[in-house]
Design a protein around this ligand. Structure first.
Ligand code: SOE
Length: 384
């Protein structure tokens, strides 16, 4: 089968991780990259060995060779680029958050319903083998979930000298930590449970109301330095805690932080169900803890021979050969491009494992409800 031609928009942390993961798939071919200037695009094309470079994203979308577009830009560009790709009828893989707010994402949801292309949002944590194993065990063994708790904590914005475009609401949108990483927690947990968050109560906080913005901007995960920097007021949250209710009445809570020393990228959840408790942590992704009341606790390791069939299909190496973040991203792309190939062959798609634009929109409505709850200090229903 002919590989699917992909164009990448963006050249930062997420673009480079997408390129690396895509290069590990036989069913795609990266043909073009776009950036904010021709010079930047050409530099990135040389660095990544991509044949075509565009200094304008619309030119990449209009290129007849490009069949699928990865939107790896800053949040402010998610909406206009996603809209243009959907209108062009091309396949779309968008970075999260899907848009700046749920008004924009609602429009994208409508466009996606009419588009001839397939589309997905980069909620990559669904695609880890042991996250899928948790989902399968829960569906198989549990009748009732009592509580869900956990969080997503990082430290790359710990100091007031750490600065990045995500600190600027004009580039990032009105929510920072919740939209950036809280959205991942919500999507992952909703996927594992097969339930939706319908109501939230939030308490957010900004640890550094003033940060020092360097003249030369750093990229995500690089640390800053106070020299040659100007103070700027910060209006978005460094983190917070949120109580949630799911659609079947299940209760949950999560804490988000980008200022937790030593926690580099810890998305974790624990699901207390009647049959067992399941716990998973992105910093130790190859283990799933299963707690029991009347028997020994268990630790399931990522060995394809020990996993349910769908989880085993996401584990590409035998046990003991650790897989992690880049592999989860690759699994998402594998699921996405396999679905496109099946569509091209006229096969039925069935239930898709990846987050669709409708899922991305739902997450935006959760983010908006969290902001409103924090502002009004009350429970807020997530918009339908
Ligand atoms: C920064 O917080 C970031 O790169 C997020 O934007 C990603 O979605 C997450 O997977 C890793 O951290």
């Amino acid at each position: 089968m002919k590989p699917i031609n992909v164009g990448i928009i963006g050249t930062g942390f997420s673009a480079s991780s997408h390129i690396e993961a895509l290069r590990r798939l036989p069913l795609v071919n990266i043909v073009a990259i776009a950036s904010s200037s021709q010079e930047k695009a050409e530099e990135a094309a040389r660095r990544f060995g991509i044949p075509k470079a565009y200094g304008d994203y619309q030119a990449l979308i209009d290129d007849p060779d490009v069949e699928a577009v990865h939107n790896c830009t800053r949040n402010v560009l998610h909406f206009p680029i996603n809209k243009a790709v959907l209108e062009a009828g091309k396949h779309l893989l968008s970075e999260k958050p899907l848009a700046m707010d749920s008004e924009q994402s609602a429009e994208l949801k409508q466009l996606a319903e009419k588009s001839t292309g397939l589309s997905a949002v980069c909620f990559n944590y669904r695609h880890y083998p042991l996250v899928t194993e948790a989902k399968e065990r829960l569906a198989r063994e549990a009748k009732r979930v009592h509580f869900v708790y956990g969080g997503y904590v990082q430290d790359w914005l710990l100091y007031d000298t750490d600065y990045n475009w995500r600190l600027d609401p004009a580039q990032n949108g009105p929510s920072r930590a919740i939209a950036d990483i809280g959205s991942h927690w919500c999507d992952t947990v909703q996927y594992v449970l097969g339930k939706r968050i319908v109501e939230v109560f939030a308490d957010l906080c900004t640890v550094h109301p003033v940060r020092y913005k360097p003249k030369q901007e750093g990229s995500t995960f690089t640390s800053g330095c106070a020299q040659d920097a100007e103070p700027v007021q910060i209006d978005t949250e460094d983190g917070g805690s949120v109580l949630v209710h799911f659609d079947d009445g299940t209760h949950g809570a999560f804490t988000i932080s980008q200022v937790s020393a030593g926690r580099k990228n810890r998305l974790y959840f624990e699901i207390a169900a009647d049959a067992m408790t399941l716990a998973w942590d992105q910093e130790h992704p190859n283990r799933l803890w299963v707690g029991r009341r009347n028997g020994p606790n268990e630790e399931v390791v990522r060995d394809p021979a020990l996993l349910s069939p769908r989880a085993a299909s996401l584990a590409h190496y035998p046990g003991g050969h650790e897989e992690g973040w880049p592999d989860g991203l690759k699994n998402l792309f594998l699921d996405f491009y396999s679905a496109i190939s099946r569509k091209q062959r006229g096969e039925a798609l069935g239930k898709l494992p990846f987050a669709t634009i409708a899922d991305g929109h739902h997450t935006m409505t959760i983010v908006d409800a969290i902001l409103e709850s924090h502002r009004t200090k009350r429970w807020v229903r997530v918009a339908e």
